[in-house]
Design a protein around this ligand. Structure first.
Ligand SMILES: NC(=O)c1ccc[n+]([C@@H]2O[C@H](COP(=O)([O-])OP(=O)(O)OC[C@H]3O[C@@H](n4cnc5c(N)ncnc54)[C@H](OP(=O)(O)O)[C@@H]3O)[C@@H](O)[C@H]2O)c1
Length: 259
């Protein structure tokens, strides 16, 4: 069966023929991005830890004509072998992988480092940084089979600034920024590119753990950022290779003023 391997920027089907793995697919940004990617023509593999929520997302996508594949997995307990299995299954099903979008995140709430439970600190670093890398590492051979492989990390710029109380989640964001730069330097001009997406504050369950939602005037709905995910996963994302991209939407507050 022939596939469209090169998408045309600006067209609605910019992800046509591309297989995209969305990690954290039933989260707020993950689900919005999955819908946007499906509308852009991607074949989706949806990874999340809660099967009922994956099923609900599947049904929403099916109603729009998409046929996503579900991959239930908890990043906290998954081993490097589990990611190798996952990559092998995607390889068996599709032969290659064009994009990985990392939207899973573990953030239990603002806590002083001094009072953070040691296991909780380790969990935050593992889910937000180590697991993202283990999964990406397992997928690199498949991404190399694609003509324009893309790895996209959602990065929380606000938490990365290492303000007080963001704990292991905040430290992991700094690690993700370093990982984007390091991986980009190592991948060089290869067919696989890496970038970070730094969305503005989004009205999601994660942000609600740090801000009182009713008073959170700067938070935006995740849909604009979902379109930014599509941009980075599409051919147009090559312009942001190796970068942390901070899109500014007309109605978004400039990042310097985010509280
Ligand atoms: N919200 C913001 O203001 C903001 C700003 C900048 C960047 N970001 C980034 O955007 C991304 C998405 O965040 P969001 O705001 O959409 O948060 P969200 O709605 O809380 O989504 C996070 C998702 O990660 C999943 N997850 C957590 N631990 C997991 C594990 N061990 N295994 C598998 N999945 C796990 C959650 O599953 P459950 O539903 O089961 O908990 C949830 O589906 C994150 O990378 C975040 O850092 C967010």
């Amino acid at each position: 069966m022939s596939q469209v391997l090169f998408a045309v920027p600006g067209r609605a089907d910019v992800l046509a023929g591309r297989v995209v793995l969305v990690v954290g697919a039933h989260g707020a940004l993950g689900a919005a991005a999955a819908l946007a990617c499906a509308d852009a023509g991607a074949q989706l593999v949806l990874l999340g830890r809660r099967v009922p929520r994956l099923n609900r997302l599947h049904d929403s996508l099916a109603a729009r004509g998409a046929a996503p594949v579900l991959y239930p997995l908890d990043l906290e307990g998954a081993s490097a072998d589990d990611y190798a299995d996952m990559a092998a299954r995607i390889g068996d099903a599709f032969g290659h992988l064009d994009g990985v979008l990392h939207c899973a995140a573990h953030f239990p709430g603002l806590t002083p480092l001094e009072h953070t439970d040691p296991a909780e600190f380790a969990r935050a670093l593992h889910v937000n940084l180590t697991a993202r890398w283990w999964l990406t590492q397992a997928c690199l051979p498949l991404l190399r089979q694609a003509p324009d492989g893309a790895v996209v990390f959602a990065v929380d710029e606000h938490a990365r600034a290492a303000r007080a109380y963001w704990g292991g989640y905040g430290i992991a964001q700094a690690g993700l920024a370093a990982m984007v730069a390091m991986l980009d330097a190592e991948l060089g001009g290869s067919r696989v590119r890496v970038s970070g997406l730094c969305p503005p504050p989004l009205r999601t369950p994660l942000r609600a753990r740090a801000h009182v939602e009713a008073e959170d005037a700067v938070a935006r709905e995740p849909e604009d950022s979902a379109r930014d995910c599509v941009t980075l996963l599409s051919a147009a994302g090559a312009a942001h290779r190796g970068q942390l991209w901070r899109p500014v939407h007309d109605h978004a507050v400039p990042s310097a003023t985010h509280p």
